[in-house]
Every structure is written in C-alpha cells, then in structure tokens.
Design a protein around this ligand. Sequence first.
Ligand code: CP
Ligand code: NVA
Length: 305
Amino acid sequence: MKSTDFLSIRDVSRDEILELFRIALDMKADRSKYADALKGKSLAMIFEKPSLRTRTTFDIGIQQLGGYSLYLSPAEISLGKRESVHDVAKNLERMVQGIMIRTFSHQIVVDMAKHASIPIINGLTDYSHPCQAMAEFLTLHEAKGELKGLKLTYVGDGNNVAHSLMFAGARLGVDVTVACPKGFEPNVKAYEDAMADAKETGAKIEVVYDPFEGVKGADAVYTDVWASMGQEAEAAERKKVFRPFQVNEELMAAANKDAIFMHCLPAHRGDEVTDGVIDAPTSVVFQEAENRLHAQKAIMYELMK
Ligand code: CP
Ligand code: NVA
C-alpha cells in the first residue's frame, strides 16, 4: 500500500483494495497463519463516540495478529481541548505503532496523520467511515462474486457511510445510487470526488429522491440510521422526514429478486428498517459486522507490519 495512513477509501487504489480483500479473506480462512504478524506492536484506539463493532473488531483484530490495543475513552483524551491534536500525535508516536481514531470532525484525523509519524486509521468521522465500506464491499463480493457491474442502492441520509460507499463503488466499478430526502443529499465535495474517481471504472454514481426509483435494478439495498451520532437532538424531526425512506418488504420487492439487504449497524428497527427485512434470509448484516474484523486486520497488517 502506498499510503501510510487509512483516512479515506480515496487513499487506496483499486488494486490496493483488491489486495486488501485478498489478505482479509486469507485471514478469514486461516486465522493462525497471521498469528505473529504484528507481534509486540500496539494500537492506540481513540474513541470520542460510542462503538460496539469498531472497538471490538480493532481490539480483537490486533490481538489475533499478535499485538496489543489500548482503549482511550472520550473522557481520557478530549482531543483538541485537554491537549492539542499535534501534542497527542507527538506523544503517542513514541509509545505505540498505530492509532485508530473515531471522532467528530474529519479534520482531526487529517491533522493527526499530518503530525504523527505512525499510521492513522479512520474509525469513523462525521464525513466518512472507510473501514465500514471495506467490510461492505468484501461482503458484497462474498455474496455476489465479481463486483464490477453490480448496483448498490443506499436509502436514507447522505451521511458518512453513504460517502464511503460512493468512494468505494467508484473505485471498484460498482454503481452506487443514493436515494435520500431533499436536503439530506451527500456532501457536494464527496459526490464530486466520487464522480471523478468513477470515470476510471465506469461506475455510475447518482442521487435520486424516490426510494422506489432508486432500488430499481439493485443487487444490494443498504440503509443506515436516520440520525447519526452527534445528531441526537434532530432525531424526532428526522423521523418524520425519513419515514418514506424506510427499507421495508415493499421497497425490497422493488429491487432485484435476489437483492441482499445491508446495514452498517447499529440498526433502529421499525425506523430505517423493518424486522421483516433485517431478519430475512437475504439480510447479511451480521456477516458485514464480522467482516469488519477481517478487513481491518488486513488494513492494520499492511500499515503496521
Ligand atoms: N458499524 C459501526 O461502526 O458500528 P459501531 O458504531 O458499533 O462501531
Ligand atoms: N452514520 C452512523 C454510522 C454508525 C456506524 C453514525 O455516524 O452514527
């Protein structure tokens, strides 16, 4: 991998993503093969937001590679308040061999990467969630085989997860349609960047306002919470706006017959997705969660070995 950090899907080329998938699947098939790959190396995990999957998969992932992790809670570091991002970077680079950060502003991970001499991994910002997108396209590949030419429709808020899915689709030649309410489109720069990347693979990246139109021809229907972490105060208002964008049995029926259902989790059952959809045999949500582990092990291995 050319990049020494993993801040965005845009940091990695198509070939590098495919190589990460190859390593991830190799690790998934035989965990013992990489048991000493990061022996004695440590990862600091900075969390300024809650997490189940990200924390567990990075923590267990580095242990399975022979290394250690250190969990730093929101109360501990208070990035940019108790101590500047620069100073945190300069401290940690002398103590650990990699840093995973989950935070609010994307600029924080960019600044951390600028100041730290060790690899920085983005574990979610308000702008993007690249590790999630890696796990998603790995799962889509397991479910459908060849990725190029597939269509994934994201239904809901044009948020961090939507951005990373657009970036990954653009790199891998997967069409990504975002179906969202007016006013909740993906960030304009994210859309333009994805469109620019898509020129190389021919992927179609589009935004539509009708969920039924959006899922037409979709091989995968994806959704995420209507109010992301940090938007709790808007949750009630958003529930009203997003109601027509619920992924339910009727909407799934408008996608391809063999379409799979995807969600990064946590899910708010009864809001963005019904029990009938998330619990159906076509739902791969827990496979996606497991693939966070394998995808991130491959990323840590490539960056920290
Ligand atoms: N999908 C995901 O990132 O889950 P957590 O917020 O639980 O880490
Ligand atoms: N968009 C969600 C994703 C959670 C994994 C959030 O940022 O809260």
